[in-house]
Design a protein around this ligand. Structure first.
Ligand code: WT7
Length: 645
């Protein structure tokens, strides 16, 4: 396992203040340690207890039925996810409590109470059910800007048992079409426009451009933000139609295993995977982790900066937070617009108490300079979170001192689209944190690091991160692809869930996660499959072959570098023009997030005799290093020749 070196040796440790610990849900190590130890011996018992945090219509009969790789959690139990996020809070008299604080890029804002959110969800649920005939078992695509209606759409679907498939608002028409067709959506929720960096993002136009290629789509719900937007056939004016509907709706029970949502994520092939999540287990996972890891209190104002198009948005903007009756902030706009202190301004304005963001954002803010946070009063903050990629100790320390004023614990949370909820993270009232470590598994999660043979590694020995037990919010499969489900997660090590990440564990049992060991790259906290970008590149008529690798980047974590062999004659080739054209092509095929940072045109690609592209060599080249190691298996004797260099 020499390829995963354990290079990080971090000695600093930070304990929560006495006051923080005294007030925390979990604040006494003498009580927590035995609980954690017991949860490692009997995870099912831990989760059985945790399931009482949510409201069931029928109680479950069996906590877990496990037939690897298929889990059924809380078998026989029935519930409604939207009821858990809304109705039950109204019953407790929280109708007036603020559910959502929405902030627009231009500084406009509005608040929505739990009662208000409930009414909007009911109106939409009534329309979908009665007028459009949508029912449990159907699937719906949600392609929305970061506005409260995006949450309304998710909860309205959940309320009537329609499985939602949120598609990130930055994806292209082709990406929408592929996801909508794979999941056979009957309806798409969208808005005419979103606003970002002072510009309009034309979501409806993007949907329209591929509507004819999505025959399963019968209806499009359009949130009109501009009065002049003209709607066509199949399209409904969201506000207008919902105004006709009753503000009440009876939430019906669904089976614990009923699929709450699908979410597409990149893997090691060219085709994204539709990850399936359940209702009961998922809700137990996100509700429990949100409460414990963020130490959620009824007075908290929680801001997670992730878009609802990613799993972070599903679990810690919507379900895990609303099920805990929290107040959430939703920001529609870019982090640096119109000025680099925008985040700190929002925190001050809305008295945010918990900020949950990604290392890439922290590093970008750090680069913008300390003056920006200094201009704002950040004393409402009491806890900080990090997610999406390993956080380097420098960024951690900056976050700690400049944003947390050395007073707020930091929770570095490790998890994945597939895991549904956070699996490895500190509990801020009891865990001593170390910059760069996600610390220890959550109770009820048996994580391990194993070598190539699947045996547990010794302390500080690098290996593969695996999970040894089933957990409630785990993925239930890949939509219409059971083979790929088994192959991706359950075949590398028998009896273990394979995460795809490399890691080591120190003497204290703390986990240090390094990043992916497969052909997946983490760019700005977003997962991209190299094959996906490669197939977008080769779909361009001027491309013969392409290979995409990651290169370390000080802000994004990883940057995308593509090696491309063009078709045809080299003489007369305009390198600059073609590389620009190819970058735009990828952005059009997938979305701006997949646009390569650099394209190198090459005469050939280095391959082994069996025809496999030697990525290791390309990675070294992308990093500007001299190729090391064995190149004798190279099929072509010359190394990579870059055209124009
Ligand atoms: C991959 C999952 C679920 C969060 C958003 C990303 C990396 C995530 C951490 C962390 C180190 C992390 C892993 C993981 N990752 N959080 N705290 N420390 N790495 O979700 O797109 O499903 O990506 O993100 O490599 O496998 P995702």
């Amino acid at each position: 396992m020499s390829f995963i070196d354990t290079v990080l040796i971090e000695k600093r440790a930070f304990l929560p203040s006495k006051q923080f610990a005294a007030e925390a849900h979990v604040g006494n190590p003498l009580e927590y340690e035995p609980l954690w130890n017991q949860s490692q011996r009997d995870p099912v018992a831990f989760w059985d207890e945790a399931a009482r945090n949510i409201t069931w219509i029928n109680r479950w009969k069996r906590t877990l039925l496990w037939q690897e790789p298929y889990a059924k959690w809380f078998e026989g139990g029935t519930l409604n996810a939207a009821y858990n996020c809304l109705d039950r809070h109204l019953k407790e008299g929280l109708g007036k409590k603020t559910a959502i604080i929405w902030e627009g890029e231009d500084g406009s804002h509005l608040t929505l109470s739990y009662q208000g959110l409930f009414e909007q969800v009911c109106q939409l649920a009534n329309f979908l059910e009665r007028k459009l005939g949508l029912k449990a078992g159907d699937t719906a695509a949600i392609y929305m800007p970061m506005v409260p209606e995006a949450v309304v759409a998710m909860l309205a679907c959940a309320r009537i048992g329609v499985t939602h498939n949120v598609i990130f608002g930055g994806f292209s028409g082709h990406a929408i079409r592929d996801r909508v067709q794979d999941s056979e959506c009957r309806i798409i929720f969208t808005a005419d426009v979103g606003y970002r960096r002072g510009q309009e993002v034309e979501l409806l136009k993007t949907v329209d451009s591929v509507l004819s290629e999505m025959p399963t789509v019968e209806n499009v719900m359009v949130l009109k933000r501009k009065s002049e937007t003209h709607l066509k056939e199949k399209q409904h004016d969201w506000r207008l139609v919902c105004n006709q509907e009753a503000k009440k709706h009876d939430a019906r029970p669904f089976d614990s295993e009923h699929p709450l949502f699908l979410l597409y994520t990149s893997g090691t092939t060219g085709k994204p995977k539709g990850i399936i999540h359940s209702t009961g287990g998922y809700l137990v996972g996100v509700t429990t982790t949100a409460k414990w890891i963020f130490d959620l209190k009824s007075t908290d104002v929680f801001w997670c900066t992730a878009d609802i198009g990613w799993i972070t948005g599903h679990s810690y903007v919507v379900y895990g937070l609303l099920s805990n009756a929290a107040t959430i902030v939703i920001y529609e706009g870019a982090p640096f617009h119109p000025h680099p202190g925008r985040y700190w301004e929002i925190i001050e304005k809305h008295r945010v108490t918990i900020l949950y963001t990604a290392p890439t954002a922290i590093r970008a803010c750090m680069r913008a300079g300390n003056d920006h946070p200094k201009k704002h009063n950040l004393n409402s903050l009491r806890l900080l979170g990090s997610v999406g990629e390993p956080i380097n100790p420098e960024a951690w320390m900056w976050y700690h001192t400049e944003i947390g004023k050395s007073r707020c614990p930091i929770v570095d949370t490790w998890w994945q689209t597939e895991t549904g909820s956070i699996l490895i993270a500190p509990l801020p009232g009891v865990t001593a944190t170390k910059p760069g470590s996600a610390t220890r598994p959550f109770p009820g999660i048996v994580a391990d690091i194993v070598n190539d043979e699947g045996r547990s590694c010794a302390p500080n020995e690098g290996g593969y991160l695996v999970i040894r037990n089933p957990w409630p919010s785990m993925l239930r499969g890949i939509y219409k692809n059971p083979e790929r489900f088994k192959e991706s997660y359950w075949s590398k090590f028998p009896g273990m869930y394979f995460t795809g990440d490399g890691a080591h564990r120190d003497e204290r049992g703390y986990f240090w996660i390094k990043g992916r060991v497969d052909d997946v790259i983490n760019v700005s906290g977003h997962r991209l499959g190299t094959m996906e970008v490669e197939s977008a590149l080769v779909s361009h008529p001027k491309v013969a072959e392409a290979a995409v690798v990651g290169r370390p980047d000080p802000i994004k974590g990883q940057a995308l570098v593509a090696f491309v062999t063009p078709r045809g004659e080299e003489s007369g080739l305009d390198v600059k023009k073609l590389t620009q054209e190819l970058k735009d092509h990828v952005a059009r095929e997938i979305g701006a997030i997949a646009r390569p940072d650099e394209i190198k045109l090459t005469r050939t690609l280095p391959k082994t005799r069996s025809g496999k592209i030697m990525r290791r060599l390309l990675k070294e080249l992308a990093e500007g290093k001299e190729p090391t190691g064995d190149t004798t298996t190279l099929e072509n004797s010359t190394l990579v020749e870059i055209i124009g260099e």
